[in-house]
Design a protein around this ligand. Sequence first.
Ligand code: HEM
Length: 450
Amino acid sequence: MIPPKPAARPERVSLWRYMRLFRQDILSAQPARLYSAWMAEFRTPFFRSYLVNDPALVDLVLKERPDDFPKSGRVSEGLSPLLGESVFLTNGATWKRQRRIIDPAFDGGRLRETFPAMWDAAEAAAARLAARAGDTVEIEAETSHAAADVIFRTLFSIPIEDRIATRVFREFRAYQRSQPILNAAAFLRLPRWVPRGHRGGTRRAARAIRALLAELTAGRMQAIAAGEAPDDLATKIMTTCDPETGETFTEAEMVDQVAIFFLAGHETSASALAWALYLMAAFPDWQDKVAEEARAHLAPDFACVSRLRVARDVFRETLRLYPPVPMMVREATRPEHFRGRDVAPGAQIVLSPWHQHRHTRLWDDPDGFDPARWETEEGRASARVAYMPFSAGSRVCTGAGFAMMEGVLLLSRLLRDVRVELADRPPPVPVAHLTVRARDGIWLRVRRRD
Ligand code: HEM
């Protein structure tokens, strides 16, 4: 099937089979009915979880009463060796304070200031890809490289060729292979005595990455003190005071935040851009439109991004079909009543962009690739109730505006110079690793565009 969709599991399987499927991949571990259900309950001997697709329930959890549905500790268990007390994992007062300091760095005005660094990264990525013309390329590796470059340039004003940046990037690849973003524990709560632990490789890679990020942060602290720091995202975040307490982040707190910016900021964008390029190879008419638009409007000027409308619709449609963060998990803290069922405190609430974006009752032609839907009233109406690649409500992705600018700009810039074509291989199979990736990579033939 093009665009590819993972096969669903049979409706009824044993708990042990389910757990085994989960270890392989959470997308294919789910039954097909989740694409048409408003809610599904999963019962295990230990606890219950509820996957909610009903837009009213999603709104309740994410927008109306987010404080009653904190992030589930089961997800943080897996990521804490790398992320420590970062804004991605914390809850309550700590999380609110962290957002007060971080959010100003990502507001609209700052985004404009970030543009030149992003543009340089796009130029570098385009040059790397053009140099591969004639080759069949594993495109996820290219987009990871590009997205890591974007994040280092915008955060620390250093390109990926920098000594520390290169090492972080390399260590991170080892880490991402060993740690899924959602593990079985999120759905299948296991008693505390079941050993799960972090694999040795995961811990080692996390330690190595954090040591490198600590080196960068310490260097920046000194530069700020000496009045010599560049005006980038790191400086902005490290010098912003919490409006309520007047305090800034300590150096240790900043390392946690840098870790999440690097992780959330590059893994997700790399996944989205790789799927976007795959879709462009599969739908060459759309690719030609993006390239034509790039030739007409692309310029090293922030204002050009708003003129790249085709690239924007293609990128939005990519995020619909392949949301990099396929599911999010929250925990009920008080008794709830969802669609006629009692939900007990401690139950896991799973919000699934993956299923909502392909829901048969919420989208027309849900599995089809159709960027034109974003210009129709019907498409926009679906998006208003069933589109959340960046989550929603107060915990919405901090980098949403940043990521949209990055995705549109890079897609447009890459396709201005090169054409991508499907390689002679079976279609990629989407699986959920840290983000939605292709099981055996995404292989595309690269040609120079004349
Ligand atoms: C296409 C790219 C991206 C996608 C699809 C994406 C998606 C998401 C989603 C779904 C969440 C919520 C996760 C949850 O609630 O469990 C999230 C949170 C977050 N994202 Fe992104 N993201 C992207 C890019 C970025 C970038 C570029 C940055 C920073 C430079 C970033 C920083 C963050 C942070 C800090 C959080 C945690 C927010 C909080 O919990 O308060 N993301 N992202």
